[in-house]
Design a protein around this ligand. Sequence first.
Ligand code: ATP
Ligand code: MG
Length: 211
Amino acid sequence: MNINEKNKSYKRFAVMGGTFDPIHYGHLVTAEAVRDKFELDKVLFMPTKNPPHKMHRPTSDVNHRYLMTVLATITNPYFEVSRLEIERTGLTYTVDTIRELRNIYGEDAQIYFITGADAILEILTWHNVEELLGICQFVAATRPGFYGKDMEQKLIDIKSKYNKEIFSIEVPSLAISSTDIRNRIKNSKTIRYLLPEAVEHYIRKSKLYTD
Ligand code: ATP
Ligand code: MG
């Protein structure tokens, strides 16, 4: 447990997992839309440590990704950043994280897990997916570039296979990705208005994504 895991009075919250390398307005607008629609007390941003599906690309140091996430969320009183996955040793799986959150917040907590359309298309490959679907409520958010019909079909497949409803939500479309931001920096292109200014300053100061 750490400072962010104290004072756990809230009972309805969402987890927004991601590599956040770097965090951008696509993540923020999605988290805020879910918080608003489901009238949640908080959104917990959860930077992952060693994402099992991203082993092909070394991610930036987790402390950089954590700090950028803090900077990006600082102005929203409903947003918090958790170090739960960062501090765990070994590979990190979402199902372990949700179990741990249940221990902290209590069995009666209502936990939502936010995923973009691309992530939901891969969900059946996740570790212990059946248990995971039973211990939190998934919310699938639209994302430009990922065909909505595929997402709808996936939600139907999950419903028939596991008898679990996944909520879907349309969020204001922002065709922004961390991959595109990293490429822009490498090619000396502007990244202004794609992510919070403080995060851009942090990236420049720490000389991230330049090689
Ligand atoms: P990368 O290009 O490195 O994969 P990313 O932009 O996809 O980065 P992630 O950290 O992989 O960001 O994403 C975390 C979560 O945020 C995922 O569930 C993803 O689907 C969602 N997400 C990312 N960008 C957007 C966006 N523009 N709109 C909606 N959801 C998004
Ligand atoms: Mg991604």
